[in-house]
Ligand binder design. Structure first.
Ligand code: COA
Length: 317
């Protein structure tokens, strides 16, 4: 496959670190030093499906196609107001497409899993042009009284249109079941037969454990892919990493002995937008004219599961 268009949409409400200081025992200094974040876009009166559809429309426009040209939609999403139908079905109706749709939940790695699935579907001849959307509202999963977690997240949507091509040089997906260090559990409707104990709780995260696992696994994925592609770290124009924490990105950069010019970031302004983060950053680079034909990009993300996804893509637009 190759990427022919990108788009993004973020909520209007911007929550600065100073605004968090008003109701949490935290400080702008602590948040900036530990995470690199200064502000994040947080859903208030918007619906995630509207942001997802807006990102999709922009990607379709950027690709120079129409919704009728799309023959499959994959949406990466962890939560939204609907348990069912999938967000991809809602996006399909909103943009006026007619194709089959499916949602994937690979947590923050989901956009890369979705790109990989899109590549498989195109290779198998089952689809020609696929819309991949990553739309997330992690701010609805966390306890806003818990300073150790709510400051980290933001909401948003990113999208890419992909079609036949050979720009996906290689990819790597991994999963190690490790639910204890990062999870979010909700109760379902009661029935007359439920006898087990159930409890809804906000997202739980062992931050230090996730930090270590993220740096190790992302660095490993990057090295594996560089070896597979026969490339040196410096051959990659941009490492488009999951924007979870500036210190994680800097640690990965240090492991590769590169300077930060290869590591564009936007975590300062968006926070961690889960699987949307790589898609949003890709769109920013595209729209800012920073991507040129022939550039090699390495996308890498990690998330609950524990999942990781990484791929090397040549920019062909
Ligand atoms: N403001 C002020 N103090 C805070 C705080 C906040 N928002 N959050 C936590 N603290 C305090 C803690 O209570 C602790 O205080 P103590 O020493 O008195 O007990 C202290 O800061 C250090 O906490 P700790 O959790 O050890 O900090 P840390 O350096 O590990 O940074 C994270 C915390 C969450 C920023 C960091 O672990 C991280 O980024 N982990 C990865 C998270 C991630 O990427 N998640 C997404 C996965 S997809």
């Amino acid at each position: 496959m190759k990427i022919i268009g990108t788009g993004r949409a973020n909520p209007a409400k911007i929550v600065t670190n100073a605004m968090l200081e008003e109701f949490l025992d935290t400080s702008d200094e602590w948040i900036r030093e530990r995470t690199g974040m200064t502000e994040r876009h947080v859903i208030s009166n918007e619906k995630l499906e509207d942001l997802a559809a807006e990102a999709a429309r922009k990607a379709i426009e950027d690709a120079g196609i129409t919704p009728e040209d799309i023959d499959y939609i994959i949406c990466s999403n962890v939560v939204n107001e609907y348990i069912t139908p999938g967000l991809s079905c809602i996006i399909q109706g909103a943009i006026g497409a007619k194709c089959a749709c499916v949602d994937v939940n690979a947590a923050c790695s989901g956009f890369i899993y979705a790109l990989d699935m899109a590549d498989d579907r195109i290779k198998s001849g089952k689809a020609k042009t696929i819309l991949v959307v990553a739309a997330e509202e992690p701010t609805r999963m966390v306890d806003w009284k818990d300073r150790s977690i709510c400051v980290l997240f933001g909401d948003g949507a990113g999208a890419a249109v992909v079609t036949e091509g050979d720009a996906l040089i290689c990819s790597r997906l991994t999963t190690v079941s490790k639910t204890e260090c990062l999870h979010y559990v909700r109760t379902l409707e009661p029935t007359p037969y439920i006898t087990k104990q159930e409890e809804s709780k906000p997202m739980f995260m062992n931050g230090r454990e996730v930090f270590k696992t993220a740096v190790l696994s992302s660095s490993r994925d990057i090295r594996t892919l560089l070896d597979k592609a026969g490339l040196q770290p410096g051959d990659i124009k941009y490492y488009i990493l999951h924007q979870a924490n500036m210190r994680i990105i800097e640690s990965i950069c240090g492991q590769l002995k590169l300077d930060m010019s290869h590591f564009p970031t936007n975590v300062a302004h968006y926070g961690n937008t889960s699987s949307a983060s790589v898609a949003i950053l890709l769109d920013e680079l595209n729209r800012d004219g920073k991507l040129h034909k022939g550039d090699k990009l390495l996308l890498s993300a990690f998330g609950a599961g524990f999942t990781t996804g990484a791929c090397i893509i040549e920019w062909t637009k």
